[in-house]
Design a protein around this ligand. Structure first.
Ligand code: SAH
Length: 367
């Protein structure tokens, strides 16, 4: 209960967005209100488990308490969510951030799983030549609540019977270039007491190879995927110049070998196949050698084309040949089906909504 009728002097201000608070700051806020500490996780359950957008809906607070909280705080969610639905069932969600920038997430139904691919930045720090997002440059890092809100926004729009089973941090941006935002987001997404409650083992972070930060992924308890995409430094310098200059292949692979893998888990290596560039049998043999002895699997991603990329998607026969060389060498190698290409929702295609198409198939679904 409040100690006085007047709202206490507080650093939070009237407009504090509750979604911006980590647990410690929420505990400070409830303390300033003169409430017991358990109110903080109680409020978080409303935000992350019931997904309310209005303090008025927090019905285990008294009328007076809700009114009091409303003098200090609000709930500001992502705005203007639009959904693009692909012929293959993949759905691309576009939502507006507070400063007007757009965030993109992709929902992929496959083999009984429902995977949501999250963005961690608007644009990207890196300059990988085969990725459309790289062309935007970095607009900014997403804040923790903007990463979490992608999940809440999609959960609000799932159809009856649908449930998210997996999360991948593989959308726009380099997650390890936004480690603070990602770390706090994972805390809120995995907590079962007051958070969204998705198990860490069902979450995978994909990095272009910020070698010194791989160990931080281990600390989070989530799975690691590394976008290798090349088998020599020369090739990787050409395809992924910024990251490979910082952390060349040998130091990246050394960090991967040092990754403290929990029992029964594997590292994932992603390898974008570019026709005539990195898709020969020789490349496959080199890849097998680089990864020999590692507890890992390889996801082959045939290049998803976009205008003026300068790259081509290989023929299916070349993709199968590449896979078979890896398999003969004893590696677990899979070909990732490209989903959502017609809505520019596939790997490497985030960052641009084709305008004419937008008018035709964007379905506004309201807030
Ligand atoms: N920055 C992180 C996550 C975003 S990219 C990373 O690099 O891992 C997610 C995956 O898409 C990466 O494996 C990347 O290599 C791949 N990718 C990027 N552009 C692509 C394209 N045009 N076609 C197919 N895969 C692409």
């Amino acid at each position: 209960m409040a100690r006085s009728g007047r709202p206490p002097a507080s650093p939070h201000g009237a407009g504090t967005n509750l979604l911006e608070l980590d647990l410690k700051s929420a505990e400070r806020l409830v303390r300033d209100l003169g409430w017991p500490r358990y109110r903080a996780p109680q409020i978080f359950r409303w935000l992350y488990q019931s997904r309310v957008r209005d303090i008025e809906r927090m019905t285990d607070l008294s009328q007076a308490e809700r009114a009091r909280l409303r003098t200090m705080a609000t709930i500001e969610r992502l705005h203007d969510c639009h959904v693009l639905t692909s012929a293959d069932g993949t759905r691309k969600f576009l939502a507006r951030l507070e400063d007007g920038l757009m965030v993109e997430s992709v929902l992929i139904p496959e083999d009984g799983r429902l995977t949501l691919c999250l963005s961690t930045q608007v644009g990207c720090t890196l300059d990988c030549g085969f990725c459309l997002t790289g062309r935007m440059g970095l607009k900014r890092n997403l804040k923790a609540h903007e990463i979490v809100d992608q999940v809440l926004t999609v959960q609000d729009r799932l159809e009856t019977g649908e449930r998210l089973t997996n999360l991948v941090l593989m959308g726009m941006g380099e997650p390890l270039a936004n480690l603070d935002g990602v770390t706090e987001a994972i805390a809120r997404l995995t907590d079962t007491q007051w958070g969204v409650g998705i198990p860490a083992r069902r979450i995978t972070l994909s990095t272009a190879g910020l070698a010194p930060r791989l160990k931080d992924v281990a600390t989070l308890g989530i799975n690691l995927a590394v976008s290798l995409n090349a088998t020599t430094n020369e090739q990787r310098d050409r395809l992924m110049p910024a990251i490979n200059r910082l952390h060349p292949l040998n130091s990246l692979l050394a960090a991967c070998r040092a990754f403290p893998l929990p029992p029964r888990r594997r590292l994932t290596f992603e390898y974008v196949l570019l026709a005539g560039i990195n898709d020969t049998e020789q490349d496959a043999r080199r890849l097998a050698k680089l990864l020999s002895g590692m507890r890992c699997k390889v996801n082959l991603i045939p290049f998803n084309e976009f205008p003026d990329s300068g790259f081509r998607r290989p023929e299916e026969s070349a993709v199968l040949r590449f896979q078979s060389v890896l398999r003969k060498a004893g590696l677990h190698a899979f070909i990732r089906k490209s989903k959502g290409r017609d809505v520019l929702g596939a790997c490497g295609q985030l960052g641009q909504v084709p305008e004419r198409r937008e008018a035709a198939i964007l379905t506004p679904v309201g807030a």
